[in-house]
Design a protein around this ligand. Structure first.
Ligand code: SOE
Length: 394
């Protein structure tokens, strides 16, 4: 067994659970230069955190995240909490010399994102690694798409088309959560899943969005407050209090890329019938790539240089040994799932911490996404006026 990498995860929701699974599984399927050890899980409710820590394989549980960061026996802090806490936790962890993984979006606003970038840059000089968890980059089919675009197989990029559609909020009686509170989440669908589309588009094309024209919409202005004792996803009582939603339900925006490509983006959590339809298509002058998470093991590739009589979108199963990450898992054709992306994310972070690979996305890349989010919100507030994206490329 290689030297241990002692991990503290903060957050016991969907992402805390998912990241715990990733830390537990990575070294069991990949040869890693360090062996993750799940030392301590941090949460807000003592009982719930203790139960989760025991089930997810942590040595300890705590409700005091600061105590985790001060410990000499912690090497990595993994932030899986609502966005309003990302900056405070990351700044403290980086100052303490801990490597940091932070869930997306990096922060709730550009100012916090910039503070996190400055702290990460300073910590890098001390050998401390930081990454933002845009997990879809670790999908083998999307990593193949990036390789094809980088290799010029689709030629000059002209169109980027991205829709991220969910429907867990399409029922107006779906209960209020922190994701609907701007002070906690920073924004709604835009920052939650629109951020994935923005990062995926910039990463796949290697090009930055430099300006947007946007609309945001909140279709359901208030939601019932669910009793704490009703489990997540549980129904609120019929006479429950209702609380004002202070974020967007849906976002639609066009985008201009530095290299001239035109982007069309849509993100919503009210697209009835779409549980988690994360789609992206890129059209170049020599071909196209298209991905739909609902068939996450496949990439559609169109090569305009194929003989005319043989042209068409081919569906590539990205599970062959030469596809990114694929050879650590099952024989070709057996496929991977959503959870594998997070294991791959841990693999890449551990290798970066050991100096075997460059870390990506950095906080600087994630701050670039934050700038696009801010420009979308500004444009929407100005009746879709075109708004340039401020700041340098990452
Ligand atoms: C909820 O919309 C959510 O859990 C996002 O927060 C995740 O980033 C995405 O991967 C799945 O959907």
């Amino acid at each position: 067994m290689t030297q241990q990498l002692r991990v503290a995860v903060i957050g016991t929701g969907f992402m805390g659970r998912m990241h715990a699974h990733a830390w537990r599984s990575a070294h069991r399927f990949f040869d890693l230069p360090r062996t993750p050890a799940l030392r301590v899980l941090g949460g807000t409710d003592a009982d719930r955190t203790a139960v989760a820590a025991s089930r997810w394989g942590f040595d300890e549980a705590t409700t005091d995240w600061r105590s985790m960061i001060e410990r000499a026996d912690i090497d990595v802090v993994d932030i899986c909490t609502p966005g309003d806490t990302h900056a405070e936790i990351a700044l403290a962890a980086l100052a303490a010399g801990k490597h940091v993984m932070c869930e997306k979006p990096l922060a709730n606003d550009v100012a916090d994102a910039d503070r996190m970038v400055a702290a990460a840059d300073a910590a890098t000089a001390r050998g401390v690694v930081s990454m933002c968890g845009f997990s879809y980059r670790r999908t083998p089919a999307l990593a193949l798409a990036r390789r094809l675009v980088e290799d010029g197989r689709i030629g000059e990029v002209r169109h980027v088309r991205a829709q991220y559609l969910q429907d867990w909020l399409s029922d107006p009686e779906a209960p209020f959560t922190w994701r609907l509170d701007k002070t906690r989440a920073g924004s709604g669908t835009l920052g939650d899943i629109g951020a994935h589309s923005i990062d995926t588009a910039q990463w796949l094309t290697g090009d930055d969005i430099v300006g947007v024209s946007a609309m945001l919409r909140t279709f359901v202005p208030t939601r019932p407050v669910r009793d704490e004792q009703v489990g997540l996803g549980g129904r609120a009582r019929a006479d429950a209090q209702r609380r004002a939603v202070t974020v967007d339900d849906a976002a639609a925006f066009t985008a201009e890329f530095a290299g001239g490509a035109l982007g069309v983006f849509e993100a919503t959590r009210l697209a009835t019938g779409h549980r988690n339809s994360n789609r992206v298509e890129i059209n170049g002058d020599r071909g196209s790539v298209a991905f739909d998470f609902r068939s996450m093991n496949e990439l559609e590739f169109y090569d305009a240089r194929d003989p005319l009589g043989e042209q068409g979108f081919r569906r590539i199963q990205a599970n062959e040994p030469e596809h990114p990450y694929a050879d650590a898992w099952w024989p070709a054709g057996h496929g991977l799932g959503y959870e594998h992306l997070f294991t791959h994310q841990v693999v890449d972070l551990v290798r970066a911490i050991a100096g075997e690979a460059k870390v990506a996305p950095t906080f600087a890349e994630a701050a670039r996404v934050q700038r696009v989010l801010a420009a979308v919100e500004q444009s929407a507030a100005q009746r879709s006026t075109y708004v340039p994206v401020e700041g340098e490329s990452a």
